[in-house]
Design a protein around this ligand. Structure first.
Ligand code: FES
Length: 114
């Protein structure tokens, strides 16, 4: 019998470690990942680089299921990493696989190069 492992999940923090309607940045500078927590406790993870000029999305303002980049105000959909509104079609912040399990936040270890 053989098994295929498609994800190695890494426990990175508790949900409560991420501010409500905020974010937490993890990973090395070469592979920063931002984990976002919405007002209704949904979690999303994106590579922490805006599609415009690589602004730190983890420093942005979370509203609903989107984040506004702190540098020039582009709005990014947290579920897809795609810009919203007038900026639609201007690239994508790569999504990172994430899941919530018993109050712990787990991400795909591959996103951090593990
Ligand atoms: S770097 Fe994000 S909007 Fe310009």
């Amino acid at each position: 019998m053989s098994a295929i492992i498609d994800h190695l999940w890494l426990d990175v923090c508790a949900l409560e470690d991420i501010p409500l309607r905020g974010a937490r940045r993890i990973g090395p500078a070469s592979r920063p990942v931002s984990i976002f927590r919405t007002g209704d406790d949904a979690v999303y993870a994106l590579v922490d680089r805006c599609t415009h000029k690589k602004g730190p999305l983890s420093m942005g303002i979370v509203h609903g299921s989107s984040v506004t980049c702190p540098l020039h105000g582009m709005r990014i959909d947290l579920a897809t990493g795609e810009p919203i509104g007038a900026d639609t079609g201007k690239g994508c912040a790569p999504r990172v696989e994430i899941r919530l399990e018993r109050g712990r936040v787990l991400i795909d270890a591959g996103a951090l190069g593990v």
